[in-house]
Design a protein. Structure first.
Length: 280
């Protein structure tokens, strides 16, 4: 079994970014990170993204607002960032507090600055197979890992656990574009283990700690674990029970150290793409 670690994939993406940035005109790409409140997972991702941008020589500014900011104030602050010509890309850390209108942000964000594919325009482009669109970073990270591992998806039976707009559905569209045969499973799927076991590639994005055991995995399957959970003992783990699945899978991603490690590199790739789209 090959353990497919994210650091190697991220390094390959970073090298390509450093080569491609030489062709960009004008100022160094500038990322705006928008955070409301002090959620530990948001702060962790912000630190990781900031570190990655610094490593690549990109500019990054964090805009941090108190949890109790009013919706009116937040919308005004977002508009300033969205309209700032010096900013090439926006990362909005979600979910926002319930009193803030997240849907309004999705509808107004400049699609060329929308690095995490939250706007209806970008999602539509992903579903249409339009390369000018930006997919959610985690969904694209899954594809980057499969590409790096040399997995030929043409005609392959791929099963995805989860149907969210953040991961499940965009991953399905990105893999469909590579001519994979897609099956999506969810909480209403009958005999999910059998459906998953019949696939050659399994993408787990259910959000349930260690849900996927050996009964879900066919011999020699490629298993990509997108889940990030905390178990009953406070340990970080994925949707896949790594120890139980490793004897059956041909390729398996760990958590931590897997897909999550690639996401900030995809974010940087999107920042550069946004800068090219805006500046030509």
């Amino acid at each position: 079994m090959q353990e497919l670690r994210g650091i190697n994939v991220a390094n390959a993406i970073n090298e390509k970014i450093l080569e491609d940035v030489k062709g960009l005109k004008g100022a160094i790409p500038h990322l705006a990170i928008i955070r409301v409140g002090e959620r530990p997972d948001d702060m962790s991702y912000e630190r990781g993204a900031t570190k990655k941008m610094d490593k690549l020589g990109f500019r990054v500014t964090s805009f941090v607002y108190p949890n109790e900011i009013t919706n009116e104030e937040f919308q005004k602050e977002f508009d300033k960032i969205n309209e700032d010509e010096d900013i090439d890309g926006i990362l909005l850390l979600r979910p926002l507090p319930k009193h803030l209108d997240e849907k309004a942000i999705e509808n107004k964000i400049n699609q060329m600055k929308d690095l995490d594919g939250i706007s209806p325009a970008n999602l539509a482009k992903v579903f249409a197979g339009d390369d000018t669109g930006m997919a959610p970073c985690t969904a694209e990270a899954v594809v980057e890992m499969l590409d790096f591992a040399g997995v030929d998806l043409k005609g392959k039976k791929v099963t995805i656990i989860g149907r969210s707009l953040v991961i499940g559905k965009p991953v399905a569209m990105l893999l469909l574009k590579k001519n994979a045969t897609i099956t999506m499973t969810h909480t209403k799927t009958v005999d999910m283990p059998k459906t998953c076991r019949d696939s050659e590639v399994l993408v787990a994005a259910a959000g349930v700690a260690r849900m996927v055991d050996e009964s879900y995995v066919g011999d020699g399957a490629v298993v990509i674990d997108v889940g990030i959970n905390v178990d009953s003992e406070g340990n970080l783990c994925g949707d896949v029970d790594f120890d139980k699945v490793k004897e059956k899978a041909s390729i398996l991603t760990p958590v931590p150290g897997g897909v999550g490690s690639v996401t900030t590199s995809v974010l940087a790739k999107h920042l550069l793409k946004g800068a090219f789209l805006r500046r030509g």
